[in-house]
Write a protein that binds this ligand. Structure first.
Ligand code: SAM
Length: 482
């Protein structure tokens, strides 16, 4: 029997099944242990220290006790603390991005995904470099600066060379004032050598969802294809880090397995990355299964109601306070509105989950990966964020200035990241408003920027930010490094 060891590089030791079962038992026994729950909540709370704020985070065991706890006032406390942490480290900024589907050719057999090999009626598409240009221009015309590229796993149709060439194409396009300044990559688990090539191509975060941490279920849910190899998939982030990628993004597909098991596994994965590489995950995504071409989400009996979903998000926020949290347009406007207050720091807007979706007029598109709930335009999403007291940010400066991996984490941990992010968010929002926003969004956006500029704590930084905002408004652009 494998023994739990967060420092091991073996999947069965750092995501240890027996440790997860013991954790769930411990959580069940302690779910009404008010003293312990209060202690855990106290530990999670952000503490002011010097100029900044620090947080201790939570272990997978502590987080699992909170997840099991059903005492309403304690759950309310969790939401309060999650919000406090979000505001302490990320302020009211929300980073914007969009997915870009390059190809839906796939050799895997994932039973929840319509791109699986046996699906013979879904339209199979792979963008040419010319088509990628057209998609990127459409995305730049909306105002996007940050993309997550997506592709099925197919060594013949989508080899690493195709992905690398596509990244180069994306970075090369400057349409009007547009530019894609950060390309995150969500492709199948691969080799250290390929991760090194992705790093050299200048990617931002490498994202790979675990789907489920439960090995037995994983093997059934991925019956065929290279993705069937649970260990290879689970150990992918270690190979990515060995290949020099220091920002990695985790996630599980909620609905496949018991959420309690998944939360423990997800946090053990984060603990493992921190223990081995000295830096935890840059982001965690929280996708839930959606209806898709030949996929009925009701077939999977582990779906979670919205209230539990919100609780999970708040607990992840408390457990890994320095990790960004992402929510996609799989979720409705109403759900997104609630979880923005519980720790989410990045959202997608105006997403198309089909290959070539940004240049196709009509929905639904025949190569779509799953139904999108939030179908608003980027302008509508930006306006709505402002109405709800958030600052939509199009900033990509950290990665462009080399603030990745442990450099980002150490700035975040001592609360200093806010001095970079807040003015940058305001400047990139100004840029968006000038170049792309409707009159209504422009008006409320500029009002918000005026108020927020006054809140920048360092007078020097405030003066520079004010100056830059004025320059962008006058369209007298400098070479900004947002
Ligand atoms: N081929 C890559 C891989 O294997 O990781 C990229 C994955 S895919 C383009 C992105 C993610 O979409 C998957 O990791 C999965 O979690 C999610 N996904 C697949 N089918 C879905 C569905 N029916 N509803 C919601 N999300 C789904």
């Amino acid at each position: 029997m494998a023994v739990f060891n967060p420092k091991s590089l073996k999947a069965e030791e750092f995501i240890n099944h027996e440790e997860i079962l013991a954790t769930l038992e411990y959580a069940e026994v302690n779910k009404n242990n008010v003293e312990l729950i209060d202690e855990i909540l106290e530990k999670a709370r952000p503490v002011k220290s010097g100029n900044g704020t620090t947080c201790k985070g939570l272990t997978h065991r502590e987080a699992s006790v909170l997840l099991a706890c059903e005492i309403p006032e304690k759950i309310e406390k969790m939401y309060e603390i999650a919000k406090e942490i979000k505001l302490a480290f990320y302020g009211n900024r929300i980073v914007m991005f969009a997915p870009l589907y390059l190809s839906n050719y796939c050799v895997n057999g994932c039973v929840y995904c319509p791109y699986h090999l046996k699906n013979k009626h879904i339209a199979r598409k792979k963008l040419t470099q010319e088509e990628i240009k057209a998609e990127v221009i459409a995305l730049q015309d909306m105002g996007h600066k940050r993309l997550a590229i997506e592709a099925g796993e197919d060594p013949v149709h989508n080899p690493i060379e195709y992905i690398l060439e596509s990244i180069k194409t994306i970075y090369s396009i400057n349409h009007k004032n547009g530019a894609i300044r950060r390309v995150n990559v969500n492709i199948a688990a691969t080799t250290v050598e390929n991760y090194r090539k992705l790093k050299d191509a200048g990617i931002g975060t490498y994202i790979l969802f675990q789907e489920t941490y439960h090995k037995e279920s994983y093997l059934k849910l991925h019956p065929t294809g290279p993705k069937h190899d649970y260990d290879y998939h689970t150990e992918a982030m270690d190979r990515a880090m060995q290949g020099g990628i220091d920002d990695v993004g985790l996630g599980v597909l909620f609905g496949l397995e018991l959420y309690k098991y998944e939360l423990a596994g997800l946090l053990m994965h984060a603990e493992h990355l921190e223990a081995v590489h000295g830096v935890g995950p840059h982001t965690i995504s929280v996708p839930r299964i959606k209806r898709a071409d030949d996929i009925d989400p009701d077939v999977f009996d582990n779906s979670i109601p919205d209230e539990m979903f919100e609780k999970i998000i708040a607990i992840i926020r408390m457990a890994v306070p320095y990790t960004g949290m992402i929510i996609s347009t799989r979720e409705s406007q109403a759900v997104r509105e609630r979880v923005l207050n519980l720790g989410i720091s990045q959202i997608s807007g105006a997403s198309r989950t089909s290959v070539g979706g940004y240049t196709e007029e009509e929905r639904p598109h025949d190569s779509e990966q799953f139904d999108v709930s939030d179908q608003r335009t980027l302008d509508e999403v930006v306006g709505w964020l402002i109405d709800n007291g958030h600052i939509p940010s199009f900033c990509t400066a950290c990665y462009r200035e080399g603030r990745t991996g442990d450099r980002f984490m150490s700035l975040c941990k001592n609360g200093q990241i806010i001095n970079c992010c807040h003015p940058n968010a305001l400047m990139t929002l100004t840029e968006y408003l000038v170049d792309y926003a409707s009159d209504a969004t422009k008006m409320k956006g500029f009002e918000l920027i005026d108020t927020e500029l006054g809140k920048v704590t360092n007078p020097k930084v405030e003066a520079i930010a004010r100056d830059n905002v004025a320059d962008i408004k006058a369209s007298n652009r400098r070479d900004f490094r947002f």
